[in-house]
Ligand binder design. Structure first.
Ligand SMILES: Nc1ncnc2c1ncn2[C@@H]1O[C@H](COP(=O)(O)OP(=O)(O)OP(=O)(O)O)[C@@H](O)[C@H]1O
Ligand SMILES: N[C@@H](CCO)C(=O)O
Length: 293
């Protein structure tokens, strides 16, 4: 059985804990019944001993598998990871979503995507990464009575994602602690209006509105000042023609979006200005998590 799940970029500026989209960078795992437990790792995190010995995917998979099957069985897990760890591209959501989906699939139990989302909430209680990881595309999501309520939109092939990935990780848990406890009425209204405008712009494909609508006063400046070069990355992306450029999730990646024809130029400019960062341009993912026999 083969499971693949996309990277995600959450917040998109003003939509803190609410907006997110899926990018065609994937983690894939092949799971086979085996006499012994074994793990192989390729790609992102393959040098990280924690992923071999204390892997979050395997812990969540085992919890669900044992609950569903009530028997002990061993598996071989072959991971190929494209999603970098703790860089704001939804690596934890990718793990949570794919581990739950795998446990159900290996037991042959059908799991609809809404139920998968609700189960994933137990591990990540804000829905902005898990929703696009499950559904693909652009998503607006909230949580009510332990259920994810969301609206999704397919993203067209005429758009590209360009991500600038610094070599330093940022833990989401710590990045959330860096935020203020309280916000002024002005900042709150600023973010409500911009997040609403941004959502409307995505839904109506009014791409020229993204630049104005993607401004934020709730989280980016508090987080980006810990890595001030990110402000230069953002300015360079916008100056080179990006439609929007925002801190991806809690960082450290900077996410930009552009028309397909502009992506190569923006990518080249970012690579030239920031040679010590990894710059990747990809399509958007409209499928979300996929399970194949
Ligand atoms: N491929 C993986 N296999 C196992 N565990 C992973 C993997 N990728 C990430 N993790 C776990 O998730 C943690 C990173 O989660 P964190 O929320 O800090 O970052 P993120 O999800 O990449 O960022 P964001 O939520 O801002 O997009 C890692 O420390 C590790 O425990
Ligand atoms: N909305 C989350 C995304 C990262 O998981 C945050 O900004 O903390």
């Amino acid at each position: 059985m083969r499971i693949s799940v996309p990277a995600t970029s959450a917040n998109l500026g003003p939509g803190f804990d609410t907006l997110g989209l899926a990018i065609s960078l994937h983690n894939q795992v092949i799971i086979r019944p085996s006499k012994f437990h074994s793990v192989s790792l390729r790609g992102e995190g393959s040098n990280n001993p924690v992923l071999k010995d204390n892997n979050m995917f395997i812990a969540i998979f085992n919890d669900f598998y044992h609950n569903l099957s009530k028997r002990k069985r061993h598996f071989r897990f072959e991971f190929t990871n494209e999603v970098p760890l703790s860089r704001g591209l939804g690596s934890s959501s990718a793990v949570i979503v794919s581990a739950i989906a795998s446990a159900y699939a290996i037991e042959g139990i059908k799991l609809d995507k809404q139920k998968l989302l609700n189960l994933a909430l137990a591990y990540e209680n804000h829905p902005d990464n898990i929703t696009p990881a499950v559904m693909g595309g652009f998503n607006v999501a909230t949580v009510q009575d332990n259920e994810v309520k969301f609206i999704r939109k397919t993203l067209p092939k005429s758009l590209k994602a360009i991500v600038v990935i610094p070599n330093r990780p940022i833990s989401t848990q710590l990045a959330r602690k860096a935020l203020p406890f309280k916000y002024s009425k002005e900042d709150t209204v600023f973010n409500i209006s911009h997040s609403s405008l941004l959502t409307a712009a995505f839904m109506t494909e009014n791409w020229d509105m993204l630049r104005a609508a993607s401004l934020d006063k709730v989280h980016q400046k508090y987080r980006m000042k810990q890595m001030p070069e990110l402000f230069d990355v953002q300015k360079t992306a916008l100056k080179s023609g990006a439609l929007m450029s925002t801190l991806s999730g809690s960082g450290s990646t900077l996410f930009s979006m552009s028309h397909r024809d502009d992506a190569q130029r923006i990518e080249a400019e970012l690579k030239k200005r920031f040679p010590h960062f990894k710059v990747i341009s990809r399509n958007f993912d409209n499928d979300g998590v996929r399970v194949e026999d």
